[in-house]
Design a protein around this ligand. Structure first.
Ligand SMILES: NC(=O)c1ccc[n+]([C@@H]2O[C@H](COP(=O)([O-])OP(=O)(O)OC[C@H]3O[C@@H](n4cnc5c(N)ncnc54)[C@H](O)[C@@H]3O)[C@@H](O)[C@H]2O)c1
Ligand SMILES: [Zn+2]
Ligand SMILES: [Zn+2]
Length: 361
């Protein structure tokens, strides 16, 4: 018997999201149904609603979630009903050329549930990042469920399912931030502050947060930024150079995904440094860079999918650090809200009033 749950759906570009009845099929082979306990509102959900990701409306939103496995399909051995899990959007295949080379964190064939969830009239839904978790329950591939210590609260654990993990990983995994490094993070939202927290964890000694909103900069300092720059008042490139002995930062991270911000990150980087793009651009955007500088400065220009994380390695480890008091995740939860409040949470995000609104079910 399939189940019917309430979930948040985006039906057309730019239109307010609505609560709909969603049919969640019984789990088939390799699938699991998860009872969602909490799901953060990520900027990527808003990108979906604005048509910035694809045109496959209607979207079933929400993808930054934790919950309890309710039921598993045939052949599922990695999780069982009752397990507390964080949902990940990169279930690795174990068989593609990247996995076979020992690099499952960049698996080229990640997968989701084979069956589709639908509206009551049978319309198939596109689940955001293959999850769809602004709902009482969802259907995922069993490999999208990562078990973690159930002592962590769902509202906090879910954050690692997307934005905060992407930020921490952009710094540690993609950027390779290490002890004594200087880091500049452009955009101090949930992802950018994740990068600040990750840089602090890795031992960076100079961490510069850049934003256009003073409130965000204040929060960035609470997360561990040693300096902040409001780039609507002053040139962030000059300021970052001044703060790093005239050189630029070892690692610069664009946690917004805007061409002019990427250019700032490119220019604010020291010789042989690394630029990391973790913010998501829209399809219409292009960048122009001085080609000789791309060559002459050396180093690396990298993009960071999901913070290059491996959920099975990183989620339990980060939850353990959190439970030991070594990773401040509580501070990311600005407010807890209900399923019917997601549209208003988008507006609060646009107005810069929150880091993460977390739907608690
Ligand atoms: N790569 C990934 O795997 C991944 C995962 C999650 C989210 N993302 C992307 O990361 C980006 C950030 O997400 P978020 O949830 O932190 O969003 P957010 O809205 O919470 O934060 C964005 C921040 O950027 C600031 N900002 C906007 N324009 C700016 C400018 N010109 N200069 C400086 N700061 C500026 C805003 O004030 C805000 O603080 C989005 O593009 C999102 O889609 C990527
Ligand atoms: Zn693979
Ligand atoms: Zn996200």
């Amino acid at each position: 018997m399939s189940r019917t749950v309430q979930g948040v759906v985006s039906k057309a570009v730019g239109e307010p999201v609505t609560l709909e009845n969603i049919i969640v099929p019984d789990p088939g082979p390799g699938e699991a149904v998860v009872r969602i306990q909490a799901c953060g509102v990520c900027h990527t959900d808003l990108h979906y609603r604005e048509g910035g990701i694809s045109n496959d409306f209607p979207f079933f939103l929400g993808h930054e979630a934790a919950g309890v496995v309710d039921e598993v399909g045939p052949g599922v051995t990695e999780v069982a009903p009752g397990d507390f899990v964080i949902l990940n959007w990169r279930a690795v295949c174990g068989q593609c050329r990247s996995c076979l080379k020992g690099r499952p964190n960049i698996c080229f064939s990640t997968h989701n549930a084979a069956q589709k969830m639908t509206l009551e009239d049978g319309t198939e839904l596109s689940a955001a990042l293959g999850i769809g978790a602004f709902a009482e329950a969802t259907l995922v591939a069993a490999g999208q469920c990562t078990k973690v210590n159930p002592e962590a609260s769902p509202a906090v654990a879910g954050l690692l399912g997307c934005g905060v993990m992407a930020g921490i990983g952009a710094a540690i995994n993609t950027g390779g931030v290490g002890r004594g490094d200087s880091v500049a993070v452009f955009g101090c939202g949930g992802v950018g502050d994740g990068a600040i927290v990750g840089s602090k964890l890795a031992g960076a000694s100079t961490i510069i947060g850049v934003d256009i909103d003073d409130r965000k900069l204040e929060w960035a300092r609470e997360f561990g930024a040693t300096h902040t720059v409001n780039s609507s008042n002053e040139d962030p490139v000059e300021r970052i150079k001044a703060l790093t002995g005239g050189n630029g930062a070892d690692v610069t991270i664009d946690a917004i995904g805007l061409p002019h911000v990427y250019r700032q990150a490119f220019e604010a980087r020291d010789l042989a440094g690394t630029v990391v793009l973790v913010g998501v651009p829209t399809p219409d955007m292009t960048i122009e860079l001085p080609f000789l500088e791309v060559f002459g400065r050396g180093g690396a220009l990298k993009s960071s999918w999901y913070g290059d994380c491996l959920p099975s390695r990183d989620f339990p480890m980060l939850i353990d650090l959190y439970l030991q008091g070594r990773l401040d995740l509580d501070r990311f939860v600005s407010e807890t809200i209900g399923l019917g409040d997601v549209e208003e949470a988008f507006h609060k995000m646009e107005r810069g009033e929150v880091l993460r609104s977390v739907v608690v079910i």
